[in-house]
Write a protein that binds this ligand. Structure first.
Ligand SMILES: C[S@@+](CC[C@H](N)C(=O)[O-])C[C@H]1O[C@@H](n2cnc3c(N)ncnc32)[C@H](O)[C@@H]1O
Length: 479
């Protein structure tokens, strides 16, 4: 009403509306939007604000319909295509998002925002070189823009150009020294590259500049513990916890700080946090690392049981217990063998959900494997642990529990990462344990398991270097 009595500049209303939406004052924004639409029904900004409001209210489909209609009415408005590209990307329609972003680039070839958007979407689609090219053009047009540089760094990292990615983020920090997110991104990049000294240097610089938040202190702790400076790491984790006691990332970093050398296994809470957060990306990531363990276990089972591939006849009734089944990759590689039914056990609900979606497991149990084995009364001809015992230092307890549950002649097939250290097992900076061959042999003997095979194998590749491991086939020795 007020609006109609006084002459109001619609641009003021639009600005106010934008502020309200950004400030999450959604109800008043809805009323103001209705008023603004009656004042300036043709204002193109109002479509974009209405779309933003709908998205904030969780009405993405309404927002999409509104954009579809607006684009049909004005197919030359690049801003509408950019908004729809953004929305489609959020709705996981990446091909649609790429099409819209490309349209926006064609409509305005000098718009770095459209190029950056296209670059990010192409990157998500796995088109790293093309995405990187678009992002490089956006950075060339706006060298100080932190988002374009972050995108370019991601593309460079994904393409294996690690030093260039680091340099891109360093340049972004130099241009925007007050942005904490850039500091965090640069530290995380160094951690992923296992450049722990570099990560620590950047984290310390952020602390000196008064930019360190809970996450940065947590990352500083990670870098310090990777450099085996555990007391300083504990201090940094303490700072992180003070600044962000409820931050889930900090909580999991702090939980991992409990994994000092000497801890005989990774805490279940830490593993759940890591794998729940990782579940959706797990398989893509492992494929990129050339992960070999499920395939090696499959080959060992074929060899030791004389199985014939592509013959899942199900005549032998060899049920399988898959310990730490994760997303169910063992289920996938065993699907054409005469083995099963398969029961999976894992402590991460996120990983179990991925396994469930595959429909290959007769049963999936959310449990710690030690607790499950201790409570179980079954007798299993096949027990597997693919890339799971790297979360245990001491192996005797698992082996003893497994022995009790193996049927006569049953096989326990698993992988461990290999260690040459003096002690039987070693906790590495990534929170994974590696084991000496003789520790595996001793723990097996003590548990009443006979070693049929214990062979050096490459587990996966990290930074293009093979990760050495051992593939073991143990058999229940007679009681
Ligand atoms: C690296 S993943 C391997 C998953 C799967 N076996 C594979 O080869 O793809 C390790 C899995 O073991 C699970 N895990 C680790 N320790 C565990 C424990 N003590 N009890 C149950 N699950 C565990 C993790 O949650 C994760 O899903």
């Amino acid at each position: 009403m007020e609006l109609q009595k006084n002459p109001v500049d619609p641009r003021d209303i639009i600005r106010q509306l934008a502020r309200m939406i950004a400030g999450n004052r959604l109800d008043p924004a809805r009323h103001l939007l209705a008023a603004a639409r009656s004042l300036a029904p043709e204002a193109p900004e109002l479509v974009l604000l209405s779309v933003r409001l709908a998205i904030r209210q969780g009405r993405s489909v309404d927002a999409l319909h509104e954009l579809d209609a607006a684009i049909a009415a004005d197919p030359l408005d690049a801003a509408l295509f950019k908004a729809r590209a953004d929305l489609r990307s959020d709705m996981e329609d990446l091909p649609g998002a790429a099409q819209d972003a490309a349209e926006a680039v064609m409509l305005d070839r000098d718009d770095p925002e459209a190029k950056a958007l296209l670059g990010v979407v192409l990157l998500e689609l796995g088109q790293v070189a093309d995405g990187g090219g678009c992002l490089a053009e956006a950075v060339a047009a706006r060298p100080r823009n932190p988002f374009y540089r972050q995108g370019l760094a991601r593309a460079q990292e994904a393409g294996g150009a690690h030093d260039e990615a680091a340099a891109t983020l360093d340049a972004a920090i130099e241009a925007n020294p007050a942005r904490g997110d850039l500091r965090t991104g640069a530290v995380m990049l160094r951690l992923r590259q296992r450049d722990f000294a570099g990560a620590l240097r950047l984290a310390e610089a952020a602390c000196r500049d008064g930019l360190a938040d809970a996450c940065l202190f947590g990352l500083k702790g990670h870098a310090l513990s990777s450099l085996e400076r555990h007391d300083e790491a504990a201090e940094a984790y303490g700072e992180a916890l003070k600044l962000g006691p409820d931050d889930p990332y900090v909580r999991h970093l702090v939980a991992s700080a409990g994994m000092r050398p000497g801890a005989p296994r990774a805490p279940a809470e830490y593993l759940r946090a890591v794998f729940d957060g990782y579940a959706a990306r797990f398989e893509r990531h492992l494929i990129a690392l050339g992960y070999r363990v499920p395939g090696l276990i499959r080959a060992a089972l074929i060899r030791n049981f004389g199985l014939v591939p592509s013959n899942p006849a199900g005549t032998t009734a060899r049920s399988v217990l898959d310990l730490g089944c994760g997303t169910g990759l063992m289920g996938v590689v065993l699907a054409d063998l005469d083995l099963g039914p398969i029961t999976g056990v894992d402590l991460s609900p996120g990983m179990l959900a991925e396994a469930r979606a595959k429909g290959l497991y007769a049963e999936l149990m959310e449990a710690d494997i030690l607790a499950m084995l201790a409570a179980d009364r079954g007798s299993w001809p096949v027990i597997l642990a693919s890339d799971v015992l790297c979360y245990f230092g001491e192996l005797s307890e698992v082996f003893t529990l497994v022995r009790r549950r193996l049927s006569a002649g049953g096989l326990f097939v698993f992988s461990v990462e290999a260690s040459e250290a003096e002690a039987g097992w070693r906790l590495g900076p990534q929170g994974r344990y590696s084991h000496r061959r003789d520790h595996v042999e001793q723990a097996a003997r003590a548990a009443g398991l006979h070693v049929r095979e214990l062979v050096p194998e490459t587990m996966r590749f990290e930074m293009n270097q093979p990760v050495a491991g051992l593939l073991a086939v143990l058999e229940a020795a007679p009681w």
